[in-house]
Structure formats: C-alpha cells, structure tokens
Design a binder for this molecule. Structure first.
Ligand SMILES: Nc1ncnc2c1ncn2[C@@H]1O[C@H](COP(=O)(O)OP(=O)(O)OP(=O)(O)O)[C@@H](O)[C@H]1O
Ligand SMILES: [Mg+2]
Length: 287
C-alpha cells in the first residue's frame, strides 16, 4: 500500500508521451522522454511535472522496520515503518510512554535504532560518518516543550547562536536571524531576554532558532505542552504557515482538540507500535 499522502509512481503509460526524445546529436533516442529523465535524474519523478501537481513527493524521512531497545531492556519502538514525504504535516500521537520522543530522538540521531533503518533525505543515519552528522542534523529544526533557550542570551542572540556554533560566516548570520524573527513575529522583542518573554514568545523564539538554518523538516515534541489553549493555537498556526512555506513538519502532541480540528495526517503510537496512520484523522480512533 502506498504511504498516505503519496501517490503511486507514474506508470509506464507516461512513456507514451515519448516521441520527442531526440538526442542532441540529432539521432532518435530509443528511450522515452520520461525514461531518459529518470536515467539522468533519479529524483525526476518526484519533481513537479510542469502542469501542476507533483507526481510523487520525495520521502524526506523514512523508518524501515525500526525497533529501539534501551540499554535497560525497555523496548520503546517496535517494528515501526513510516514514510514522510516532503511537505507533509504530521501529528504524532499516543499515550505517555508510547515512544513519540524516542522516535524523534532517532530522527536527530540522539539515539540509534537497535534494528532497522532510519533514513533522512535518503541517508541512513546509523551509517553516517561522524563528520557528516552536523551537516545532516542541520536539515532538521527541533522544537521542545520547554523551549530550551539560553537564559543569558537575548532573543536575537539565542537565534544567532544556532548559526554561530555551526561556523556560519558572520555576514550571513544577521540577515538569516532577521528573517527568522520576522517569520515568527518577534522583531520587536529581539533584544529581550527569555525571562522577559511570555511562554508563547519563548516558544516562538525557539521556532525561529529551529528555522534559522533553513531546515527541510521541523520536529516539534509537544511544543504546546506548556501553553494555554489560545497561545497553543497561535503556535500551531505558525507551524502551519511554516509548512506552507514548504517545510515538512512532524509534531508530537497530546492536544486532541488541535489534532481533531486540523484533519492532517495522524500517526498514532501505542506501546512502541504504529497502530494508526491516516490522513484527515482525529486524535482518537474512529468508532
Ligand atoms: N533513555 C531511556 N532509557 C530507558 N528507557 C527509556 C529511555 N527513554 C525513554 N525510555 C522509555 O521508553 C518508553 C517511551 O518513552 P518516550 O519518551 O519515547 O515516550 P513518549 O511517547 O514521548 O511519552 P510522553 O508523552 O510522556 O512524552 C517509555 O517507557 C520510557 O520509559
Ligand atoms: Mg515525549
């Protein structure tokens, strides 16, 4: 079965549109236009077909038969298969202890899978040479429930710090920070310290920090867990806007109202297993 949110790969019937395949030297290329494109560019079928809808969105995150057993023997994830195409907005739900944070830790290589593979942008995280880890991690922006801001740095400095530690040239830091702060609506609070911000503003700072690298995917582990319902909605709206800009979003949450209202893709975990994966699902199982 195709993963929810993806389409079937284009059929060979597409190859019927083939008669224009002429090589640059003028000779007829026996391959079809589509086949030639696929041979030259394996990702071609995932790209826009020029008419409108993408043929098939490329999976940015893939878990193949993943089991995670912690050293104390606790199995936090069992036989998890998951494919998240670029541009998806996915809610990860499940009771406390179901394995949501563990799954996210695997995605940022904070933990390694005991079995199976975790692919980020086609790269197997377990096989990644150590020197490539920072580069791959930068494809992900992370947002936590407790914000994890540095208390002695201002909003601007907190966001800039994420670029400084990765050796981004000074001249690029300023404009990137401005852009991220504008996106989350914190330009006016840029010189304030975390203790001078509301919870919602602190979380928006954390989101700006997650975005400043221009990540492909944002992972948010219960980002609204410490916020009241109104502010939670603002944070969700912000994540939706970021998703509209093309960033894939995976959000773990206990917020049933939000999940049910938004009708996005919902992946539900129970005791480490995926028990439900549906587009347009509610927080709770139907029926
Ligand atoms: N470092 C660890 N060592 C041993 N067991 C762990 C470790 N981290 C998590 N676990 C266990 O793995 C299971 C899944 O934990 P996880 O934190 O992934 O759950 P969760 O779905 O994020 O829960 P919550 O909604 O409470 O945040 C739990 O039983 C937990 O006790
Ligand atoms: Mg958790």
């Amino acid at each position: 079965m195709a993963a929810p949110g993806t389409r079937q790969a284009p059929s060979d019937a597409d190859d019927a549109l083939d008669t224009l395949a002429v090589r640059s030297d003028g000779a007829r290329d026996p391959r079809s236009v589509n086949q030639r494109a696929r041979d030259e560019d394996p990702w071609a079928r995932y790209r826009d077909d020029g008419i409108g809808a993408p043929l098939e969105r490329r999976p940015v995150l893939v878990l193949n038969d993943v089991t995670k057993r912690y050293p104390n023997g606790r199995e936090a994830l069992r036989d998890v298969d998951l494919s998240i195409p670029e541009g998806d907005f996915v809610f990860l739900v499940g009771a406390s202890g179901a394995g949501k944070s563990t799954l996210m830790k695997l995605l940022i290589r904070d933990e390694l899978a005991t079995q199976g593979e975790v692919l980020l942008d086609g790269e197997d995280l377990a096989r990644l040479p150590r020197r490539k880890v920072p580069q791959v991690r930068r494809k992900i922006g992370i947002v936590f429930q407790d914000y994890k801001l540095l208390p002695t740095k201002t909003v601007r400095e907190n966001v800039a710090f994420a670029l400084e530690v990765t050796g981004t040239p000074r001249g690029r830091i300023g404009p990137a920070v401005e852009r991220a702060l504008r996106l989350v609506g914190l330009t006016l609070q840029a010189e304030q310290f975390p203790r001078q911000l509301s919870g919602g503003e602190q979380q928006r700072t954390a989101i700006a920090r997650a975005l400043v690298h221009d990540p492909r995917i944002v992972i948010a582990d219960e980002p609204t867990g410490n916020l009241d319902p109104l502010i939670s909605w603002e944070i969700i709206q912000l994540l939706l806007r970021i998703n509209e800009l093309g960033v894939t979003v995976l959000m773990a949450t206990h917020d049933a109202d939000v999940v049910t209202a938004l009708r996005r893709r919902v992946v539900a975990l129970e005791e480490g297993r995926v028990i439900r994966d549906e587009v347009g699902g509610g927080y709770h199982r139907r029926g």
